[in-house]
Design a protein around this ligand. Structure first.
Ligand code: PDD
Length: 289
């Protein structure tokens, strides 16, 4: 960071401070056990996209692991707003992490220890992401994760390994495969579009994270009369699909042009995937207006 750059301000346990001053004790259970959850909301024109569903999922993840939500919805939003303002963030994302808190390293701890709450912003292109213009290649990896993937757990070792493998292959995303079926991307929801123009994604279950962008894309598709099917699909079907894309808060709908060594979607972003991306951005602009 150059001397003249504005300091990056983060939030930790009730305090806004420069990132250099923000610390969490080594006995934090997030650090020791991955005992915590997180949430990511995209920011566009300084405003949040689909923030309330993200905060509802945060509440659900906390409840699923027995941590009392330390803030009301209004309090969460107020902290997020303050952080975005202090960092003058126009476009990017805001990350929230809540861990069970700090205690001697023992597998269990009393139920009433104070959770650790951390929040920071990350600038990145959301609206004009160059990858959405070209489409992106992806790889496949075995899904090595635990059985409660519906919880947005900070224990992301399997996803880190998947992303490292993707990076080594020169690509940005990996789709995880279980019993021959695609579960989801390492940090995204997987979609294919069949020759009959059916938009296919895996049904919600403990096997996948209930993606907020998935939900919005499905609502938009239904509103515009597109056919939607929630079912399992194999990686072979994805490789033969008319179009392939994935969704997440930060990538919106991202067209896929190659899976491992197989070119998909004619090697260019598919028209329906592009349309869904455009509809999403249009809907966001209306939300922001
Ligand atoms: N990841 N599946 C997984 C495993 C994810 O980690 C994510 C998001 C999604 C998409 O969810 P949503 O549409 O609500 O962002 C699906 C975030 C962005 C991350 O880990 O950075």
């Amino acid at each position: 960071m150059s001397a003249s750059a504005a300091p990056r301000i983060v939030y930790v346990n009730g305090r806004f401070c420069p990132i250099e001053e923000a610390t969490v004790p080594i006995m934090d259970r997030g650090f020791l056990f991955g005992d915590g959850i997180y949430e990511v909301t995209a920011v566009l024109d300084g405003k949040f996209i689909d923030n309330e569903p993200h905060l509802a999922r945060l509440d659900r993840s906390l409840a699923a692991i027995g941590i009392k939500n330390p803030h009301s919805l209004a309090e969460w939003i107020a902290i997020q707003r303050e952080l975005v303002t202090r960092n003058a963030l126009k476009e990017g994302s805001i990350y929230i992490e809540v861990t069970r808190g700090v205690y001697e390293r023992e597998f269990t701890c009393p139920p009433d220890i104070a959770p650790t709450v951390v929040m920071f912003t990350q600038p990145r292109p959301v609206r004009h992401n160059p990858s959405a213009v070209t489409g992106v290649p992806i790889i496949t990896v075995p899904d090595l994760r635990w059985a409660r993937r519906d919880i947005k757990s900070v224990a992301l070792l399997a996803q880190v390994l998947a992303k490292q493998a993707a990076k080594a292959a020169g690509v940005a995303e990996a789709w995880m495969i279980e019993d021959g079926y695609v579960t989801e991307g390492a940090s995204s929801t997987a979609f294919i579009i069949t020759a009959d123009k059916e938009i296919v994604t895996r049904p919600l279950s403990n096997a996948v994270l209930p993606g907020i962008t998935r939900q919005t894309v499905m609502k938009l598709a239904a509103k515009h009369g597109l056919k939607l099917v929630e079912r399992l699909f194999t990686i072979e079907e994805a490789m033969k699909a008319q179009e392939v894309f994935f969704t997440s808060a930060t990538t919106i709908a991202m067209p896929v042009i190659r899976i491992d060594d197989t070119v998909v979607s004619g090697g260019k972003p598919g028209p329906l995937a592009q349309e869904l991306r455009a509809l999403y951005i249009e809907a966001v602009d209306q939300q922001l207006a």
